[in-house]
Design a protein around this ligand. Structure first.
Ligand code: XIL
Length: 375
């Protein structure tokens, strides 16, 4: 298959040859020959899932990861509570095993997450540290973790969820000990440990616009102005099917990040539905997924699209949002759902952005239709 850039040049050449009277060419509509998500993703767009060692122990989940992911994010294994379970004692066993799995399969790893007020080690929570002590610990911790995976983990979520809904700094332990500059130091320390790694600020609810997005944008602009190494903003995107951002909201938020000089990743997408599952809501869910992916494909700065889990089995949603579930692209048995085919077709379509109903995607993308590819 010819890359899109080549097709673009050919189309342009044809236009020039037939002269200026030529009708404007419509983008070609065809589905690339591909089956599962990983092979359908266009060049330059990573597609991924969050995994845990527990989920990966299931052969069906493993198979699904191999079909779908060019990048994985450890769901728990690289959080501070997991890596530093007691004072001075690091435990890299589970994190290492995920990295080894990924490397063996040519899958990239997204490091997640160096600084977060949750998954914070209980032994550290109760400490009262002087500012200099806290900075020394932050440097030691980030340095140790990032250096361990230097050259193996190319992207890190460095700071997670620093702001509340009003755009105020959360009073996390790091904030209390160091002040708001803890964010800047975290990025500097990560860069010091791996100057090649791409470093992200990651948060939820940015896509709605409002005070939190404004706070994040003013933070990242300020960091960039002062030469602090930061490369991207991660949109977690945990949503509910009855309350989804519009295409315009996604596009605006992405554009504003780009205009601040950074790249965009969708880092933790899931769209939960009320239980028990109803087919009509699975269609709406498919539409919601397709909408995010369309916005990402239409945005030059959007480089990565990950869901927060491989399938509905093992998803964090039912435990954290009682009465809700079914949030992922695959079901409890890791079988593709309507949303899976909507995403697959949105990835496979060579047009950057798509305006199509989810039902259309679903039927075009049903398991049989990828056997009959229309060039
Ligand atoms: C969640 C995991 O899914 C759970 O298994 C874990 O116990 C808590 O964290 N935002 C994030 C993720 O950045 O790390 C969170 O993951 C979900 C919300």
């Amino acid at each position: 298959m010819l890359p899109r850039s080549v097709l673009g040049v050919v189309a342009l050449a044809v236009l020039v040859m037939v002269g200026c009277e030529a009708p404007v060419l419509e983008p070609q509509v065809w589905t690339r020959e591909c089956s599962y998500l990983r092979s359908c993703a266009p060049q330059g767009l990573d597609v991924g899932v969050a995994v845990s060692t527990a989920v990966l122990a299931d052969p069906a989940a493993r198979e699904a990861v191999l079909q779908d992911a060019s990048v994985i994010t450890p769901e728990w294994e690289m959080k501070m509570a997991a890596l530093l379970p007691s004072r001075g004692v690091y435990d890299f066993a589970a994190a290492d095993s995920l990295v080894r799995f990924a490397q063996g399969q040519g899958i990239r790893v997204r490091g997640h997450t160096l600084v977060w007020h949750e998954a914070f080690p209980p032994w550290l929570e109760s400490e009262t540290l002087e500012r200099t002590q806290a900075l020394a610990l932050l440097r030691e911790y980030i340095g140790r973790v990032v250096a361990r995976y230097r050259g193996e983990i190319a992207v890190w979520d460095v700071v997670n969820e620093a702001f509340d809904a009003q755009g105020q700094y959360r009073p996390s332990p790091w904030y209390r000990w160091i002040g708001p500059e803890y964010v800047e130091w975290a990025f500097r320390f990560a860069h010091e440990a791996d100057p090649q790694a791409r470093l992200y600020y990651n948060d939820y609810d940015l896509e709605w616009g409002g005070p939190k997005l404004e706070a994040v944008l003013s933070l990242v602009r300020n960091l960039r102005l002062r030469g602090v190494p930061i490369h991207g903003v991660g949109f977690q995107a945990h949503h509910r099917v009855d309350h989804l951002p519009s295409s315009a909201q996604w596009a605006d938020a992405f554009r504003r990040v780009r205009e601040s000089g950074l790249e965009v990743s969708i880092t933790e997408l899931d769209i939960r539905v009320p239980l028990p599952l109803q087919p009509s809501l699975l269609q709406a869910q498919a539409q919601g997924y397709a909408r995010v992916l369309s916005a990402c494909r239409a945005e030059p700065a959007c480089v990565s699209f990950s869901t927060w889990g491989v399938g509905d089995r093992g998803s964090w949603v039912p435990g954290f949002f009682p009465g809700w579930g079914g949030a992922l692209l695959r079901d409890e048995e890791y079988r593709p759902k309507p949303a899976y085919w909507a995403v697959r077709n949105a990835l496979a379509d060579p047009r950057k952005s798509l305006e199509m109903s989810a039902a259309d995607w679903y039927y075009r993308g049903s398991p049989l239709s990828f056997l009959s590819v229309n060039p």
